[in-house]
Design a protein around this ligand. Structure first.
Ligand SMILES: NC(=O)C1=CN([C@@H]2O[C@H](COP(=O)(O)OP(=O)(O)OC[C@H]3O[C@@H](n4cnc5c(N)ncnc54)[C@H](O)[C@@H]3O)[C@@H](O)[C@H]2O)C=CC1
Ligand SMILES: O=C(O)C1=NCCCC1
Length: 320
């Protein structure tokens, strides 16, 4: 009989998942994924169950990563909540398996994993694609993804000015006052975006909020929301003018309304840029369309589990 899985809480995931450890692992797995070698990485398209009655979805995201021998599945629910709802929009759990024996070794909070790995991948896109002298960062949205993006972007880069816009100004103000550094709150998307070198869209919008006519030529956009085939965050002008990068071509073709409905063509996956098989067109306007991948959750979960095991070992060796 196999051992029971360990349970790893939200607070533990928060403590064990550090960007400095996470980012190189994400870069490595994105590169492996783009090699399209089924013996190395297996990641079927996300299965999504719509819950029409509740304006929600359940996504199931299995993945196997051979070079680290990681087998994992994330289950993530996401909802379009009413403006006044206090319920979270996203909640997730990750199951980590022993790939040899087939048993579940850990059940862990996947909500923090989703927040941190998504932001870390956007930061990788910015590292590769933003203009060399980026000074102004603009964040559209003020939910948990806005927070995790702020954290990793300020940890990795140094911006002269950081701006935020949110549908409700008071939410943007709450976001700004909860953070460590200075953030300027804007009431209009256009004013927030004009002149920005890097723009992060982390909204639940289903219609475009960011228009190409406002975007500075050469800017980098990390487009994180609009993860359904009929949802939009960016308009046709931006999608058609920019050089478009994605995390997964298959994911983008199946799930990104911004790509499907604009008819924009995908230039490259981030993994192809990491592998050096496609160029980083830094001097052009670039869009990184993020949909999220099971392999990102898998490497994050393994990192958390390894850190958890090390901590257990330290605690046990201290005990007499
Ligand atoms: N690409 C990826 O890997 C992932 C993408 N996401 C997506 O990122 C986005 C942000 O996630 P969270 O911060 O967790 O969501 P959230 O729902 O907590 O926050 C979303 C923000 O968008 C705003 N918003 C909602 N409806 C809007 C509308 N119609 N127009 C403009 N703004 C609107 C809200 O006021 C809030 O500021 C969501 O679209 C989510 O599905 C989330 C996880 C992973
Ligand atoms: O990758 C994920 O996790 C998600 N992507 C799209 C929206 C829900 C969560």
């Amino acid at each position: 009989m196999s051992e029971l899985p360990v349970l790893i809480s939200r607070d533990e995931v928060m403590r064990f998942l550090q960007n400095g450890d996470l980012i190189p692992r994400l870069e490595a797995v994105l590169g492996k994924f783009s090699e399209r070698n089924n013996a190395e990485v297996i990641q079927p398209l996300r299965t999504t169950i719509p819950l029409q009655k509740y304006n929600g979805f359940l996504g199931i995201m299995p993945a196997y990563v051979a070079h680290e021998d990681i087998l994992a599945t994330k289950m993530v629910s996401f909802y379009q909540r009413d403006k006044d709802s206090v319920l979270p929009a996203h909640q997730a759990t990750v199951l980590l398996f022993d790939p040899e024996r087939g048993n579940v070794t850990a059940v862990m909070d996947g909500t923090v994993i989703t927040e941190k790995r998504t932001a870390a991948v956007s930061a990788i896109s910015a590292k590769l694609l933003m203009p060399a002298s980026a000074e102004v960062l603009c964040i559209l949205g003020s939910g948990p993804q806005a927070v995790s993006h702020y954290e990793v972007f300020t940890e990795m880069f140094s911006f002269r000015e950081i701006r935020v816009w949110s549908r409700r100004r008071e939410r943007a103000e709450q976001f700004a006052s909860a953070l460590q550094g200075p953030v300027t709150v804007y009431s209009s998307v256009k004013d927030a975006v004009v002149g920005a070198d890097v723009i992060i869209t982390v909204t639940m919008a289903t219609e475009p909020v960011l228009l190409g006519e406002w975007v500075k030529p050469g800017a980098h956009v990390a487009a994180v929301g609009a993860c359904r085939p009929n949802w939009r965050e960016l308009d046709d002008a931006l999608m058609r003018e920019a050089v478009v990068y994605v995390d997964s071509r298959e994911g983008a073709a199946a799930e990104s309304g911004d790509i499907i409905l604009s008819g924009a063509s995908v230039f490259a996956e981030l993994g192809e840029v990491i592998n050096g098989t496609k160029p980083a067109e830094r001097e052009k306007t670039t869009v990184f369309k993020s949909l999220g991948m099971g392999i990102q959750d898998a490497v994050s979960a393994k990192l958390v589990f390894d850190q958890w095991k090390s901590q257990q070992l330290r605690t046990n060796t201290k005990d007499p």
